[in-house]
Design a protein around this ligand. Structure first.
Ligand SMILES: Nc1ncnc2c1ncn2[C@@H]1O[C@H](COP(=O)(O)OP(=O)(O)OP(=O)(O)O)[C@@H](O)[C@H]1O
Length: 457
């Protein structure tokens, strides 16, 4: 349904909110009705049909528990199971909002909002839902404790416990999730965990690494193409959106795409349909979207380098993965985990760690985060001469001296060493951001990863 034809009800006991929403919506929609008293909600619904209901989560009488909003949500859905309800929630109440999504709300919006964001959310809520009802009715996959060991996603730090909590809450909803965090912090693992705990778990999980897609292949990779639509298009090809149909599409490195690509992506997400290159047929899209980036999206948006309206499409729920250096307890847990893994893989006894080694690992800066730790432990296990890992089994790159530091201190400069040092220095400079480092080095991310492997970094 189009926005102009929509009839919208807003229920909130804050008259300022009602006034602001009425002012915003009166020129955008067919009709907007506001109501301060939730007790009158049901009688309003008996008299008139509303396409979307904005429902506040907290009313003054309930001291911010969110229960009254959930209660009224339940009553609305009893009366009309297909009702489209957007919860209005205060900042910091995402977990209650997630409960509301589980209870059948279509979406939620956090106060204070930007007008564009409210319109985006409303427009999205008016779109037809490809799966029919507002929530899938398939039973949830069996519940597991929040260790997430089943996905090899480990962490005992408070920060990671918070991440696990959010995964558990958000996974069984249709909410789009934006994962933020440095390279190697586990964003892809989290995306997989969200998928496996979702209603879509039996359907495909498809990854699209946007950083690896040049302007030329972006559309054909994501939206597909018809045979003959460009020189190399020798046959029809399905894009990632279609491949993920019914399942989850994971857009990795979403912060790296150009404004032109952002516009194309936004159109598809708004219309929930793609047009393969060379075709004029609209293909409906039924995906749950998870995106990830290590880029400072909000800074990019402030500099007009990333579209704010696209962020609103991506970040119904945001999960930030903390860098490894900020969770020393996890360093040891992960080090022991990887030690067990690589000892078994290399048919060696599981090694112990000297206390000084553990200290060294706790103190390291880990610019490459868990990926760096994983490789460091693997290398140590392969090269160690005893069953106890010593500090010298972990050789971290000390920041190399500046290039123009005069003649080489000793011996000839070896080309491989120069390459390795340059790579390390550039990665350090970008705080472990592989995409930026690759860009500065003039390499693709894949080529840089290949060199990291080659140099055992
Ligand atoms: N919490 C964790 N527990 C166990 N392994 C982890 C954890 N976090 C990351 N890893 C491992 O570290 C490596 C990097 O993780 P992943 O690819 O998910 O990170 P990422 O944030 O998506 O990285 P990038 O931004 O570079 O794509 C993987 O091998 C993954 O299995």
């Amino acid at each position: 349904m189009i926005l102009k034809k929509a009839r919208v009800l807003v229920v909130d006991d804050d008259t300022d909110v009602l006034f602001a929403v009425r002012l915003l919506l009166k020129t955008e929609v067919q009709e907007v009705v506001t109501e301060k008293n939730p007790e009158l909600l049901l009688s309003l619904l008996s008299r008139q049909h509303f396409d979307v209901i904005f429902l506040d989560m907290n009313y003054k009488s309930t001291l911010g528990s969110g229960n009254e909003g959930l209660y009224w949500l339940g009553r609305i859905r009893e009366k009309d199971p297909g009702a489209t309800v957007i919860m209005i929630t205060a900042h910091g109440e995402v977990s209650t909002a997630v409960r509301a999504l589980k209870a059948g709300a279509t979406d939620f919006i956090v106060k204070p909002w930007h007008n564009a964001q409210l319109l985006e959310t409303l427009t999205a809520a008016l779109e037809p839902r490809p799966t029919g009802g507002s929530r899938p009715t398939a039973p949830l996959p069996p519940r597991r404790p929040a260790s997430f060991a089943e996905f090899e996603l480990l962490g005992q730090s408070e920060a990671m416990q918070e991440v696990f909590y959010k995964i558990e809450k958000v996974a069984p909803t249709e909410a789009n999730v934006l994962l933020l965090g440095e390279n190697g912090t586990g964003k892809e693992l989290v995306a997989q965990a969200l998928h496996k705990r979702s209603f879509r778990a039996s359907q495909p999980f498809v990854t699209a690494d946007l950083a690896a897609m040049s302007e030329g292949i972006f559309e054909s990779e994501l939206f597909g193409h018809k045979k003959g639509s460009f020189t190399d298009a020798r046959e029809d090809r399905q894009g990632r959106f279609a491949a993920a149909s019914g399942g989850t599409l994971f857009l990795d490195e979403v912060g790296n795409i150009s404004l032109a690509q952002q516009a194309k992506l936004l159109t598809v997400l708004q219309n929930r349909q793609v047009i393969p290159l060379g075709s004029n047929v609209l293909v409906p899209v039924d995906i749950r979207l998870i995106s990830a980036t290590n880029a400072p999206l909000y800074e990019l948006a402030a500099r007009q380098e990333f579209r704010q309206d696209l962020i609103y499409r991506l970040n119904t729920v945001e999960i930030t993965l903390p860098p490894l250096r900020a969770r020393a307890d996890d360093v040891l847990l992960l080090a022991r985990h990887f030690a067990g893994l690589y000892a078994a893989r290399n048919r060696k006894p599981v090694p112990d760690f000297e206390p000084a080694t553990l200290q060294k690992l706790r103190e390291h800066h880990w610019p490459g985060n868990v990926r760096e730790l994983q490789h460091a432990v693997e290398r140590a296990i392969i090269l160690a001469e005893t069953d106890v890992l010593r500090p010298q089994d972990f050789r971290f790159a000390t920041p190399p001296a500046p290039v123009a530091a005069g003649p080489a201190p000793e011996g000839p400069l070896h080309l491989q060493e120069v390459e390795k040092n340059t790579i390390m220095r550039v990665i350090e400079r970008h705080n472990g951001n592989i995409t930026k480092a690759a860009k500065e080095l003039g390499l693709t991310r894949t080529a840089l990863y290949r060199r990291l492997e080659k140099h055992d970094l």
